[in-house]
Structures are given as C-alpha cells and as structure tokens.
Write a protein that binds this ligand. Structure first.
Ligand code: ADP
Ligand code: ASP
Ligand code: MG
Length: 461
C-alpha cells in the first residue's frame, strides 16, 4: 500500500485537482491520500485572523473570498451528484470559521490556540472536497489520530500514541482510497486542536506511512524532484534522481523546503522509500530517497541549501579551550530552553566557540548561555558572549563528502575569493554536511558560487 501526499500547489486549482484525481484513480491498489489546504489558504486564514484582531472590518470580505474560492473549486471538480453534500459540509465549516473570526474581532485579540483552530479549517475543507471528488473515497479524521504533546512553546508529535491510533483507525478502510487531512492534530491531554507546524502535511503522511508499514511514500508537489539547490535561487539546479535518507534529512534541515524536515525520520526508521513527484508532470521519474547513497563518480556533493535569519553566538575566552565542557554545558543549557542548535564551530584562532541558532531563538539562547556561564563570565575565564544576527547558514551535503579531498578548503577559497566573509565553518559529526555561516544578504551569491563549483552550468551553445 502506498501513501500519497499532495501539497497546497497540487490542490490549489480546478486544473491541479483534476491531475490529482487522475493520479489517484490510475493506482491499481488501495492507497492513503494526505492533502494540504488549497494553495495559499493557510496564509490567508492567518492574515484574515490578524485583520479581525486589529479591528479591521475587511476580515469579513476576506472570509467571503476564502469561501468563494472553495465553492468555485467544488463546482469545478466535484460531480453534480455529490456536490450538495460537500457544499453543506464546507458551508458548515465556513459558518464555524465566521463565528470564530467575529469573536476575534470583538475581543481584538488572537491567541496561539485560537490561531491553531483557525488554520485547521484549511485542511478540513480541502480534505472534504478531495473526498467528494474521488468516487469511493472515505475521509479519515487526522485530528482523532495525530496527537501532539507540549514541548516548551511548541507542539510536537507523540509518535507512539499516534502510531497506535493510526493503526486502529485504518484497520478497516471502507473504500479503496482513504483521504486524510495533513498538518492538523490534537493535543493528547487536552484534546485541543493543534498542528504539526507549517508545511506539516508531509509529516502527517510520513506518520501514516510508518504506522501502516506502507511500501512507499509519494510526495507530490510542483517540481520534477529534489533538486541540487532551490530552483527559485538557482534556475539551472538539477534533479537528483536518487539520494539517501540522511542526505535528504540534512538538506531539508538546512532549508530545502521540498520536504518538511521531521518527515524523513519516521519513514527512515522503517526503511520506507520516499518519492518526490510532480503533480503537473506525472510522467517525470522524480527523486527516489532510500537508505542507499550511490556515490557519484564525478561529484561528492548531492546538493546545497540555506537557512536565512540565523544568529551566531560566540563564546570568547580561555575556557573555550576546554571543548568537552563548553559543548556539554552549552548544549544542555540550550536544550533546557527548547533551543535547537544548527551548527557548532570549534574554537578558531580568536579562541571563539560558536553556535548557530534560528534568529527567533536568539534571545532565549543568549540568556540561557549567560545564565549557564555566569560564574566564568564573572571570574574572567570567559571574556564575553557575542551575538551576531542577520546571518545565514549554507549547507553542502553528500554522504561521500568525507571521502573527497579538500572540499571544505575549496569552498572556503571560492567564497573568500569573491569577497564573502565566512563567519564560521563546520563539518558536523557525520561529515555528511559542511556548513558555512555568511552574512544573510550574501546567501544567494554564496549558493550560486558553491553550486557552480560542483554543478557547473553547461557552456552556452
Ligand atoms: P507543497 O505545497 O507541495 O508542499 P512546497 O512549496 O512546500 O510544496 O515545496 C516545494 C517547493 O520547494 C518547490 O516549488 C521549490 O520551489 C522549493 N524548493 C526549495 N529547495 C528545493 C530543492 N532543493 N529541490 C526542489 N524544490 C525545492
Ligand atoms: N497548509 C499547511 C501550510 O501551509 C500545511 C502544509 O501545507 O503542509 O503550512
Ligand atoms: Mg510543503
């Protein structure tokens, strides 16, 4: 059995939904189909909530525009015989949404909890539409089986409870095709509506694949496969025909938006391959992700990616000579505050030991380190902790990097030759990824230079 996930762009319009229908109907066996909200709807639901909270009455017109978009799609893709039923279902959901927006408008306030409820309507409506579009499909309620728990200020999946609930829910599949909304979930203790984070439908599909021991997870999107770089920045990025779980996990954790990073772990754990496919070009072979990383005889690099808006925290002073102590105390202090470390760079000639964290974690991270090292900052064993923001991390990924010679120095030379200042550099523990921290406004230039080093553009004819 396969699990197919269709992202927002794939379920955005009548045309793209018609492609989805063809792809699903052509499958010989049963399958589970996970769908995102109609393209752009999650952003719009949030923007409308902010209008209402700001007391801007145009939230009403915006809500009606959201309603029209859904009714237009229904008219375009759902057979007449099933239309009334789905119009009623989506109509009820929209009525509930209007009441919530009215409440936000009256109170001039929007909590994170209310926003989670509001964004859930996107996938609740799209999944009802896709179910009505595919004859014989049955709708499964992800909010009843995807469970989250609180972790600091985030909701994270409770994988074992979720897995047990998925197996129970799908033990009898009434139709050949089971549809499930992506992204949305509920808190395992309070039952409140939560979600898996922006882009989280991929993760829903992975949790279902792992729980049901699917043979394959197909991620259908709007590009022909996983590419050597973000095609919006590097138009001549190439499709990667095959790559390993580890390579895809590293590229996605370092910003390749094509798969939501937590997605890979549950399927990797069960050794379920992932395929990245294009809803708009279903014939294209796509990218196959498995546990095998075939070396490419010509190039040790599989791809490059970048995360913008990171902050570098640098500890300076004699104590940085004690690497194990700095490492363990910093990691523990940051973990206690729920801060994820993106990169660690070893002491350099200035005796600086640096950690890169997401820009929006920077304040929390600095406070955690200042608390942890308060005695050393007082005694002078640590001179100071600097925080430098507006940076980005460029990741160069390939499981065969470690066997290649001088990849790091070649990249450093290329960047420095073009006047790009590398603030920190690390090869990580696995040596699958080399990371470089540069000024955020140098991100595209650095990506282009590195990409061109390993994947030179063909000479013009
Ligand atoms: P979906 O709505 O299907 O979930 P996303 O927008 O989340 O789609 O992800 C697909 C997009 O990811 C592509 O349109 C592409 O612009 C972007 N992207 C970024 N990096 C890469 C990459 N390395 N390979 C392919 N696509 C990438
Ligand atoms: N609709 C959600 C979002 O836009 C989830 C997803 O598309 O995967 O983030
Ligand atoms: Mg996505």
């Amino acid at each position: 059995m396969k699990v197919l996930k269709f992202g927002g762009t794939s379920v955005g319009t009548v045309e793209s939904l018609s492609n989805v229908k063809k792809i699903v109907e052509a499958l010989p066996d049963g399958c589970v189909v996970v769908v995102s909200a109609l393209g752009g709807i999650t952003d719009r639901l949030i923007a409308t909530a902010r209008l209402a909270a700001a007391g801007d009455e145009s939230y009403r017109a915006e809500t009606e525009a959201i309603a029209h978009r859904h009714f237009d799609v229904i008219a375009g893709v759902v057979a007449e015989i099933r239309r009334k039923e789905v119009i009623e279902r989506v109509g009820d959901l929209l009525q509930e949404l209007r009441r919530i927006y009215d409440g936000v408008f009256l109170l001039r306030e929007i909590s994170a909890r209310t926003l989670d409820v509001i964004v859930s309507f996107g996938e609740r409506m799209s999944s009802a539409i896709v179910t009505a579009m595919i004859p014989g499909a049955s709708l499964h309620d992800s909010m009843s089986f995807i469970k989250t728990e609180k972790w600091f200020d985030r909701n994270i999946a409770d994988s074992s409870l979720t897995s047990a609930l998925i197996r129970k829910d799908f033990s009898s599949m009434p139709g050949r095709v089971a549809i499930a909304p992506g992204f949305i979930s509920t808190d395992r203790d309070s039952g409140e509506i939560t979600n898996l984070g922006r882009g989280g439908s991929d993760f829903t599909a992975a949790l279902i694949s792992a729980a049901l021991d699917a043979e394959l997870l197909e991620i259908w999107t709007d590009v022909d496969g996983f590419m050597t770089a973000d095609p919006r920045i590097i138009p001549d990025a190439r499709i990667i025909p095959e790559m390993s779980f580890v390579e895809s996990m590293e590229l996605c954790s370092f910003g390749a938006k094509v798969i939501y990073p937590p997605t890979i772990y549950p399927v990797f754990h069960k050794n379920i391959p992932i395929k990245i496919l294009n809803t708009f070009n279903a014939e294209a072979p796509g990218t196959l992700i498995t546990d095998i990383s075939e070396p490419d005889s010509e190039c040790p690099v599989r791809g490059v990616s970048a995360i913008k808006e990171i902050t570098l925290l640098s500890l300076k002073g004699d104590l940085t000579g004690n690497v194990p102590q700095i490492n363990s105390r910093s990691f523990n202090a940051l973990a206690r505050k729920g801060v994820n470390v993106l990169l660690v760079s070893q002491p350099d000639s200035d005796n600086a030991f640096s950690f890169a964290v997401a820009g929006n974690d920077a304040r929390k991270a600095l406070e955690a380190l200042e608390d942890e090292f308060a005695p050393e900052l007082t005694s002078g064993a640590l001179e100071r902790i600097d925080s430098i923001d507006s940076l980005s991390t460029i990741a160069v990924v390939g499981e065969h990097l470690k066997a290649a010679t001088r990849v790091g120095p070649r990249i450093l030379n290329t960047l420095m030759r073009d006047g790009i200042d590398v603030k920190a550099f690390s090869t990580g523990v696995s040596e699958t990824t080399a990371t470089f921290v540069v000024e955020a406004d140098m991100t595209s230039k650095a990506l282009i230079l590195i990409h061109n080093l390993f994947f030179p553009s063909p000479l013009p004819k």
